[in-house]
Design a binder for this molecule. Structure first.
Ligand SMILES: *Cc1c(COP(=O)(O)O)cnc(C)c1O
Length: 349
């Protein structure tokens, strides 16, 4: 038995999802002729109370299309320093759009409006880089699936708007935030000018993200999507997986959250400093191995030998992610292996 906790991207489409894909009505999406893509774009835009959306093959592209409609070349986007946009998109904002970034650092990636705004320098004239947008990641991936408090988002919006700053939501896991906090998706839509969402993380689709915004920004994003070489044809097959995921796999995210909590409680009960279960709100558990005699890579290597796959994302940082393809039995197995390994890892050599 293999329990793959490396990421929520490792899910395989279920038989029922594949059937939905097989039966999808399709057309040439570059001609806007694919009815399944069109209905998915309309559906997702409406969920967030927005005018329009465009389907993309990845969340990185959805983020990049969004921020390039917000920030001109030579202007800057502010981000948290462990956010996906600055840490995991390989410099795309600089490479493709001439956008610079500056970052603030927050424990667990938790948003604090003042901390973000302290960096902001809108309309800086000829001497300093002008800030035009701020990105917020919700949930925060490297922060261990942190849900951003709605009050803090509202505060950021109300302080940033008079300065002429726009907000972008990296909502790859906004579904998890929505399920964990009960904040309606349309509520998030009120504060963010642009939003990216993924169908291929917790929702279990094989591929697919969307960039969501005004009609005008989405029209611009469509031009750039084609220019980047991501104009696609009969992708109703993929959009059908997205529809299926939205129908079936949103509410069940609470199961992933409960299983992540179980993992956190189990690890904490062996070595309390590895994780605070109270901080685990969604499907990501970061384990801090500070004080262990093993590195994160050594820990991940030994876990893998026992069929439990985890990610070593820092010298002493291990990440566990629950998802659609890990059930209660898998969690039991993972708990047994992780507890045993933690005992060994924290025994002096
Ligand atoms: C995974 C992820 C993305 C997009 O990733 P792709 O692999 O490009 O689809 C964007 N933001 C966050 C926070 C993510 O975790």
């Amino acid at each position: 038995m293999i329990v793959d906790l490396r990421s929520d991207t490792v899910t395989r489409p279920s038989k029922a999802m594949r059937e939905a894909m097989m039966n999808a009505e399709v057309g040439d999406d570059v001609y806007s002729d694919d009815p399944t893509v069109n209905s998915l774009e309309e559906r997702v835009a409406a969920l967030f109370g927005k005018e329009a959306a465009v389907f993309t093959p990845s969340g990185s592209l959805a983020n990049q299309l969004a921020i390039r409609t917000l920030v001109k070349p030579g202007e800057e986007l502010l981000c948290e320093s462990n956010s996906h946009i600055v840490r995991a998109e390989l410099g795309a904002a600089a490479t493709f759009s001439g956008i610079t970034t500056r970052t603030w650092t927050a424990a667990r990636g938790l948003l604090n409006a003042e901390q973000a705004l302290e960096l902001a320098r809108p309309d800086s004239g000829p001497y300093l880089v002008s800030t035009t947008a701020i990105a917020v990641e919700n949930t925060h991936n490297f922060g261990s699936g942190t849900v951003q408090p709605l009050d803090e988002i509202k505060r950021l919006y109300s302080l940033a708007t008079p300065l002429g700053l726009k907000l972008h939501l990296d909502g790859a896991r906004i579904w998890n935030a929505h399920v964990a906090s009960s904040v309606p998706l349309s509520e998030y839509g009120k504060y963010f000018e642009t939003i990216s969402v993924c169908l291929s993380k917790g929702l279990g689709a094989p591929v697919g993200s969307l960039m969501i915004s005004t009609k005008e920004r989405v029209a611009t994003a469509r031009v750039w999507r084609k220019r980047y070489g991501a104009g696609m044809r009969q992708i109703g097959i993929l959009a059908a997986a997205g529809h299926f995921a939205l129908d079936k796999n949103v509410a069940r995210l609470s199961e992933d959250h409960a299983r992540a909590k179980k993992l956190a409680v189990a690890c904490n009960s062996v070595v309390a400093s590895t994780v605070n279960p109270a901080e685990i709100e969604t499907n990501i558990v970061g384990l801090d191995l500070t004080g262990a005699t093993w590195t994160a890579a050594e820990f991940a290597g030994k876990a893998r030998e026992e069929g439990v796959w985890v990610s070593a994302l820092g010298p002493k940082y291990v990440r566990l992610v629950t998802h659609l393809d890990v059930d209660d039995l898998g969690i039991e197995r993972a708990v047994e292996v992780l507890q045993r390994l933690l005992k060994s890892a924290f025994v002096p050599k």
